[in-house]
Design a protein around this ligand. Structure first.
Ligand SMILES: CC(=O)SCCNC(=O)CCNC(=O)[C@H](O)C(C)(C)COP(=O)(O)OP(=O)(O)OC[C@H]1O[C@@H](n2cnc3c(N)ncnc32)[C@H](O)[C@@H]1OP(=O)(O)O
Ligand SMILES: O=C([O-])CC(=O)C(=O)O
Length: 458
């Protein structure tokens, strides 16, 4: 049975299927007024859009408002990891080589490492940075997925079978597993990409091991490229991007997912695979890929990318669900917490401009800048402004990765291999505090009915 027939229904069953779809649509529709009547916090938000308080954390602080004379005012976004401003962690003028490793240490252990502690930590991670040939052959090379995030989930879930103590959720064991996954995920992502390209597009299959002494960012670039070469600027920009994606509080969808599944007492591989599943979504980390695809679509539909009115026309169609993927969303725009700005986007925009000038891609940068400006105005005009709308971390990351020669299939996996540091820190925090199982309530709004025997149903 080939893939298509395995997933396809016969013509006759297709008709039956359509009526089942109809049932789903009717049965699943809940009267929207009931949400107000029962004061349901849809999307775990209150009526002002603020997230419902569901936990406490010391790992990071994400703010989009200032309190001025006791009143909440939209403000430039701020992001602190373990109390430190993320702008400082990225490194002044991006001079640091191991900023992502330093950030991971900080997130996991709550303090900045000394030079010696960082050196030891880098060595520990490097010693775990390997995947056996057997794992690459039996797991990564088998049935590669077009969306590498599914390949990442499969690989992470299968590592459970290679662990002699997988279900132990004591802190030492979970820390060991977390460090192993942090070390291995860059390899898993790059190897999944090579396998996908080889089996689907007949590209040469080059599986290179990581090189000891290189940073995670450098190793990603050297494992990805056939000649293994990269410039210092490329490695530093990627390192900075990894720092900026590493953590974002307990409430973002993939980290909250991790808290939810961790609270059930499940194993580390299942918890991380669940977070990867969440991050893949286009309203979360998957937005970086959608932004890239949306710009490609815009260029197909707009004859002059320097003409603001044509760009506005295209974006209006996107918002109406008449262009691009029909979702009505302009990807890379909007945020659940940030209002005036996302601090990560501002830093990434700076890198994007620098790289664009170096690589002669100023037009591409200017197009992003124009879309960012017009999209914010259009979204705010359309949704009767509850709060200002800004571009988010996913808006410029794809442009940066493209300028670094990183293929779009790896955009969201790059997010995952960075965010795993934050997920791990939150999983450990959940376990250290022996939290209760997370179990919100759902109000039943259906009707109780008498059971009817099969032969009596109409
Ligand atoms: C790493 C990250 O996860 S960053 C986010 C990445 N995601 C994206 O870029 C996808 C596009 N953006 C979005 O879908 C949203 O802005 C989200 C998911 C990020 C945040 O959603 P919310 O917290 O619900 O946003 P918020 O409360 O500010 O605004 C909600 C309203 O604005 C609309 N809106 C918000 N952003 C957008 C957008 N980018 N395009 C179109 N409409 C938007 C929503 O549809 C909603 O409209 P409604 O009130 O008529 O239903
Ligand atoms: O906080 C959020 O909701 C989404 C986000 O920006 C992230 O996870 O980086």
């Amino acid at each position: 049975m080939d893939n298509e027939s395995m997933m396809a229904l016969s013509k006759q069953l297709e008709v039956e299927f359509d009526s089942l779809v109809e049932n789903c649509l009717v049965s699943g529709a809940i009267d929207l007024n009931l949400y107000q009547e029962y004061d349901v916090k849809r999307g775990l938000r209150d009526s002002s859009g603020k997230g419902v308080l569901t936990g406490l954390t010391e790992i990071s602080d994400v703010t989009g408002y200032d309190i001025v004379n006791g009143v909440k005012e939209p403000a430039d976004g701020k992001l602190f990891y373990q109390g430190y401003d993320v702008k400082k962690l990225v490194g002044e003028g991006i001079k640091k080589k191991f900023a992502f490793e330093e950030t991971t240490y900080l997130l996991l252990f709550g303090k900045l490492p000394t030079a010696e502690q960082l050196e030891v930590f880098i060595e520990v991670v490097a010693s775990l940075q390997e995947l056996s040939g057997q794992f690459v052959r039996d797991v990564i090379m088998k049935a590669p997925s077009a969306n590498l995030m599914n390949g990442l989930q499969k690989s992470v879930l299968t590592l459970y079978s290679y662990d002699s103590n997988p279900d132990d959720i004591s802190i030492p064991n979970v820390l060991r597993q977390s460090l192993q996954l942090i070390a291995k995920l860059p390899l898993i992502a790059v190897y999944n990409y090579h396998a996908y390209r080889h089996f689907n597009f007949l590209d040469s299959l080059v599986i290179k091991p990581p090189v000891k002494g290189l940073s995670t960012a450098e190793n990603i670039l050297q494992m990805l490229r056939p000649d293994g070469k990269y410039t210092e600027l490329e490695a530093r920009v990627l390192d900075a991007a990894l720092v900026l994606h590493a953590e974002h509080g307990g409430g973002n969808n993939s980290t909250f997912t991790n808290h939810v599944v961790t609270s059930s007492g499940t194993d580390t591989y299942s918890a991380v695979a669940a977070s990867i599943a969440s991050l893949k979504g286009p309203r979360h980390g998957g937005a970086n890929l959608k932004v890239q695809q949306m710009f490609a679509d815009l260029k197909k539909n707009v004859s002059d990318i320097k003409d603001d009115s044509q760009i506005e026309g295209y974006l209006k169609k996107v918002l109406k669900g008449e262009a691009f993927d029909g979702s009505g969303l302009i990807y890379g725009m909007g945020h659940a917490v940030y209002t005036i700005s996302d601090p990560r986007e501002l830093i990434l925009k700076g890198f994007a401009e620098k790289l664009a000038n170096e690589k002669g891609m100023q037009d591409e940068f200017l197009l992003h800048d124009t879309v960012e400006r017009i999209a914010a105005e259009l979204i705010m005009a359309r949704r009767h402004v509850i709060k200002p709308v800004c571009a988010n971390v996913d808006f410029y990351s794809g442009l940066i990765y493209t300028m670094l020669g990183i293929p779009e299939e790896l955009f969201t996996p790059l997010f995952a291999l960075s965010r795993i540091s934050g997920w791990s820190a939150h999983r450990l925090e959940e376990l250290v505090n022996k939290e209760k199982i997370i179990r919100p309530a759902y109000k039943y709004v259906g009707h109780h009915k008498e059971y009817v025997e099969l032969e009596e149903r109409k």
